[in-house]
Structures are given as C-alpha cells and as structure tokens.
Design a protein around this ligand. Structure first.
Ligand SMILES: NC(=O)c1ccc[n+]([C@@H]2O[C@H](COP(=O)([O-])OP(=O)(O)OC[C@H]3O[C@@H](n4cnc5c(N)ncnc54)[C@H](OP(=O)(O)O)[C@@H]3O)[C@@H](O)[C@H]2O)c1
Length: 263
C-alpha cells in the first residue's frame, strides 16, 4: 500500500520521547519531512538526530514548543510555514496531566490541564487548518488515552479533558470533511513509554509493592499479555494520517491489545 507520505510536511507535537517520537520515526521512514518538537530544545534536537540516523531521512527538523503556551504554538507554526510552505499532517500530542482524584484538584490544576491537554489541540488546529483547506488535503490525529472509552480511576483531569477532545474532534471532522481533511483520535491503552513507567512507580508507592510487580499485574490484565510497543501505536497513527486513509474520519479508536472491555 502506498501511504502517499513522501514529501508531505508532518508536524508531530511533543515528540522528543515516547509515542510522539515513535510516530515521528515512522513518518520519517515513509519519506515525509518531519517536524519534531517538545519543550526542551536539547531533547527535541537529540530525538531528531536519532530519527535521521535510524530512518536515513535527512528531512527531520527539531523545534521548541510548549503545548501549554499559546505563544509557543503560534511561533512554531509561523516558523514551519515560513520554512516549508505547507503543512499536511498534524499529530497532536502533549504530556499527560497531573494524576489524582477530585479532592486533589483545585482551579489551578483544572486550568493547567485544560491549557495543556485540550485548548492546546484546538490552538494547533486553528494554525494548520488554513493550510489544509488551501491544499484540499489534511490529516489531524489527536493522541488521547484509553480513558476516552473507559475512565481510569485516579486520573480525573485526563478523563475529563480527553472526553472533551473527542467531542471536539468529531465536530471538527464533520466541519472539514468536504475539504479532504480527516480528523481522528487515537488512544493508547498501555504502551511502554516513560509515562507508563512513571505511573507504575506512583502506583507501586501507593500499593506498597515494586514497580515491576505493578507491571506484571498490568500485563496480566491485558489479553495480549504485554504492554504495547510505541511502534505499534505509531503505525496506527501513520495509516490514519496518510493519503491512503481517505474515508475514516471523526473516529476515536484505541490501540490496547484488547485491554478495554468497552465496545
Ligand atoms: N503511554 C501510554 O500507554 C499512554 C496511555 C494513556 C495516555 N497516554 C498519553 O499519551 C501522551 C504521550 O504519552 P507518552 O507515553 O509518549 O509520554 P512520555 O514518554 O512521557 O513523553 C512525553 C513527551 O511529551 C513532551 N511534553 C511533555 N509536556 C509537554 C508540553 N507541555 N509541551 C510539549 N511537549 C511536552 C515530552 O518532552 P519534553 O519533556 O522534552 O517537553 C516528551 O517528548 C500523554 O498525554 C499521555 O498521558 C499515554
């Protein structure tokens, strides 16, 4: 299957590590021009260099952008459009919000999660849609969580913001489908990244067991018997963001090895 990604300009937010980085690598392997970004200039540059080396694609560039800052987002897309003249694919991704339940969160926590995990995705769409409409081609993928299908106890901010993201994406997909712009949401179940290691450490402390034991307990709940690999998540993203996907839009799917029971 020809994914039609050669020479497309792909912007992957929060891509110095984890799912964003794995996605950037798969796009690079397809011959796209890839923009890697994160809050930290050094880690974004290191990721871009590693991806260039692994993929053999020289067109991988690093930029700095904190998704919780409106000005950073504006600046990034200004630089990208000046330098590359088009934007074909946007992968919306950012760091996870603070963990905790209702009693742990004050207004500041709610506003911070809204800025970083929902408004950020709206702001990036505002930047790329004029290009995509002009080109009559665009693909937007929102990285979310399995909490879009089944809430996760102790992650009230994530559960709330991701639900909003799905409502936003579905509505936007209907508004822009006639312009050949597809908007989809992809949620990781349990994919082996730094974020999962962090959550496992926190769970280990709460439960008085080791992080390794938390991992084993998690794997026992996943019918596939293991965590997902970031590349497995990334390949799903790449298909949905490719020209080969010309009719799947407005969907919210999970990559989870059959972890969730929700239909
Ligand atoms: N892995 C899973 O199974 C899983 C499950 C459910 C949900 N998720 C969600 O999926 C997203 C990605 O997770 P991951 O597992 O890939 O996490 P990760 O391995 O911790 O990587 C997070 C990436 O986001 C960047 N980042 C963090 N905050 C940022 C911000 N405000 N602006 C720009 N970049 C930022 C980090 O780079 P810098 O530090 O350099 O900025 C890093 O590159 C998160 O929202 C997470 O909650 C993941």
């Amino acid at each position: 299957m020809d994914l039609g990604l050669k020479e497309k300009v792909v912007v992957v937010m929060a891509s110095s590590k984890g799912l964003g980085k794995a996605s950037a690598l798969e796009f690079a392997k397809e011959g796209a021009t890839v923009i890697v970004s994160s809050r930290n200039e050094e880690s974004a540059s290191a990721a871009a260099e590693e991806i260039r080396g692994t993929s053999g694609n020289e067109h991988v560039h690093a930029f700095t952008c904190d998704m919780s800052k409106a000005e950073d987002i504006k600046q990034l897309f200004h630089q990208v459009s000046e330098r590359f003249g088009r934007i074909d694919v946007l992968i919306n991704n950012t760091g996870g919000p603070k963990a905790g339940g209702f009693d742990n969160m004050g207004d500041d926590d709610w506003y911070a999660a809204f800025d970083q995990n929902l408004l950020s995705y709206i702001r990036t769409c505002r930047e790329v849609l004029p290009f995509m409409k002009e080109q009559q081609f665009g693909r937007i993928i929102n990285v979310s969580s399995s909490s879009t299908k089944e809430v996760i106890d102790g992650l009230i901010l994530s559960n709330t913001m991701r639900a909003g993201m799905v409502g936003f994406a579905k509505t936007l997909a209907r508004e822009v489908a006639a312009d050949n712009i597809m908007v989809n949401t992809v949620g990781p179940g349990k994919i082996s990244t730094g974020r999962i290691a962090e959550l496992n450490e926190a769970a280990a402390k709460r439960q008085g067991i080791t992080a390794d034991e938390v991992l084993k307990n998690t794997e026992a709940q996943i019918p596939a018997g293991r965590l997902g690999d970031p590349a497995e998540f990334a390949r799903t993203v790449v298909f949905l963001a490719s020209a080969a996907n010309s009719y799947v839009t407005g969907q919210s799917i999970v990559v989870d090895g059959a972890f969730l029971k929700a239909l």
